[in-house]
Design a protein around this ligand. Structure first.
Ligand code: TRP
Ligand code: SF4
Length: 352
């Protein structure tokens, strides 16, 4: 018996009575790391326990292809990796519907209709897209593709296909939600009040810095600890983390405020122990190597249950596929209902 199948679906959840639909998602471009864990996964775990919500998580393979169109293998492989990451941290398919974006053609269809309601200038002004285009000169050169520039339109379709009312996001995603709201308002003003305007739920989770002190933890930056990292990999990475550069000898007085090891102790170590770490560091009574070893052990221990579940799902790929397939089938039903309403409003319901 698998991990995912043990909980009973609550009656209310099954009927979707008075539940607000929540939509979130990730681009499957790499495995998830502890930045994702503290940034979005923890919030999702809490939300799936709330009986007022009906959460959907999409694995955004279509969106991943907008800047990885020449690497379909990478996207394909990471769809399953990301799904396993979700299941390993405790996303429960009986409570959260996990689905694959490309398997919902209704979303692509809706994207086409929405594209009439957005100007190119407006897309070019979207701060998230603007920043990303600037970072992706190696892919796009001086002229970005139609698909990438338009991904906010497809993201608006992701959300509204499911009548998502709440979209928990990080700050960087706010302009995308705003753009979605604009599209919805425009649609409703032309075709009638059909769509729900979603609200962003800004997570209070903070962004986790990288091992090198960079403000962002990311694959391309090579400064991340992955949920799937082995004990050896975690230890190796922690040993390379940036510490207070002024500390050379053990009795040099240290400053934990500028040390990444102390920063991660705050996330993985008990309050009392963090206090001891900081006091001993400041007093020059703590060696950095021992300090790092203690941290590595705490990270390993914290991620242990996640690693165990991951091993289970890696050994049972058919179970992961089944979960994705069932989630996608359920999502498709909802999408079809929405599309019916949309097409009726747009006078495209020819043979109904
Ligand atoms: N843009 C999101 C990201 O990069 C992924 C995403 C795609 C998404 N569609 C979505 C998030 C809909 C929330 C709602 O992480
Ligand atoms: Fe950082 Fe610990 Fe070294 Fe202090 S003792 S600088 S907290 S690694």
């Amino acid at each position: 018996m698998g991990y995912a199948r043990t909980k009973k679906i609550s009656f209310e959840r099954e009927l979707n009575v008075k539940m607000k639909r929540i939509l979130t998602g990730d681009r499957p471009t790499g495995r998830l790391h502890i930045g994702h864990y503290f940034g979005s996964l923890k919030t999702r775990l809490e939300l799936q326990e709330n009986p007022n919500y009906d959460p959907y998580i999409l694995i955004a393979d279509v969106q991943a292809l907008t800047d990885n169109f020449n690497n379909p293998e990478k996207v394909r492989k990471n769809v399953r990796e990301v799904a396993i990451d979700y299941l390993s941290v405790g996303i429960d398919p009986n409570k959260t519907t996990i689905y694959i974006q490309s398997m919902i053609p209704e979303t692509a269809e809706l994207t086409v209709y929405y594209s009439n309601l957005v100007t190119i200038a407006r897309l070019e002004r979207n701060p998230t897209v603007k920043t990303e285009i600037a970072q992706k000169k190696d892919i796009f050169g001086e002229s970005v593709t139609y698909g990438f520039l338009g991904y906010p339109v497809s993201q608006a379709a992701d959300i509204t296909t499911f009548e998502g009312e709440i979209v928990p996001v990080g700050e960087d995603q706010l302009p995308l939600i705003e753009q979605c709201r604009e599209i919805v308002r425009k649609f409703n003003s032309i075709y009638g009040e059909v769509l729900k305007e979603p609200k962003a739920l800004l997570s209070n989770a903070k962004r986790i810095k990288g091992l090198d002190g960079n403000e962002k933890m990311g694959k391309s930056l090579g400064n991340a600890i992955y949920l799937s990292d082995s004990e050896e990999e975690i230890t190796k990475k922690v040993m390379s983390a940036i510490t207070d550069p002024n500390r050379i000898k053990k009795d040099d007085l240290g400053n934990p405020d500028i040390c990444m090891v102390a920063y991660y102790h705050n996330l993985f170590t008990s309050k009392e122990d963090v206090k001891a770490v900081c006091e001993e560091c400041k007093a020059g009574k703590r060696g950095c190597v021992a300090c790092k070893k203690q941290l590595a052990k705490n990270i390993i221990d914290t991620l242990q249950p996640i690693r165990e579940k991951r091993a289970y799902y890696e050994a049972h790929p058919e179970e992961v596929d089944k979960i994705l397939q069932e989630g996608t089938e359920k999502a498709r039903k909802v999408a079809k209902e929405t599309m019916k309403k949309v097409k009726k409003a747009m006078k495209l319901d020819y043979f109904d």
